[in-house]
Design a protein around this ligand. Sequence first.
Ligand code: ATP
Length: 260
Amino acid sequence: MSSLATNIPEIQLENVEMRYRTEAAEVLALHQVSLDIAKGEFVSLLGPSGCGKTTLLRLMADLIAPTGGNIVVAGKSAREARLAQKYGIVFQSPVLYDWRKVKHNITLPLELMGVKKSLREEKAMELLDLVGLQSFADKYPWQLSGGMQQRVAIARALSMEPEILLMDEPFSALDEFTRERLNEELLSVWSKVQNTIVFVTHSIPESIFLSDRVFVLSPHPGRLSAVVEIPLPRPRTAEMRNSPEFFELIARIRDSFEGV
Ligand SMILES: Nc1ncnc2c1ncn2[C@@H]1O[C@H](COP(=O)(O)OP(=O)(O)OP(=O)(O)O)[C@@H](O)[C@H]1O
């Protein structure tokens, strides 16, 4: 499998600026960020704490509005794209409802949209199959491990078949072994769903393993300091993490931090 990226632009940011104003102070969280993400591309937003990764993701999702610049998503404004349900979002914590069975957590967005019960259940089973949790459909979230809960959150985010999946450090609370396994599973899901993924992380190896391109952000003020192409072939395999190419990419990205 090669990358799913096309030449069609999916997300375009031009000179985006974000200033948070509080009573106490004003924070320039993002300064003059311009970037393009192609339809079907897998990109990561990488950087240390406070460099504006979450802010950038929230801007793309139209959860907040920029104080400057322009955002175009699938040829529309971010707001129009949100209303057209172009996005699925996965947060750092899975935010599942403990009193709803796993399958009913997944079908919640469909329920809110008024989709028929039989169709909802069918979709839930399809999504559980996709994330390898079919036999857990009737369990409750508290009966699942942290990694399984995050897979449920991914399945739920995919329930509306979003063109774009925005993921904010979804695996950072998990142990290293589970995280690496979920990275592999996420790529397998992506190869089937074939959407655009924007993945926030502060892990250099995670960003390399997953992405077609890594957007490196630097803090104070948050800005785009480098864009690194990841030429590793797909499908990516666990062994690639030990290859000389992988270590070279880690060094290149580290250098791009040191250069700022
Ligand atoms: N609602 C807010 N009001 C005021 N300042 C904010 C707000 N949200 C974020 N900030 C500030 O904007 C900057 C960027 O924050 P953001 O959360 O986007 O960074 P991040 O790279 O995602 O950090 P982390 O990795 O710690 O989550 C930080 O200085 C932060 O304190």
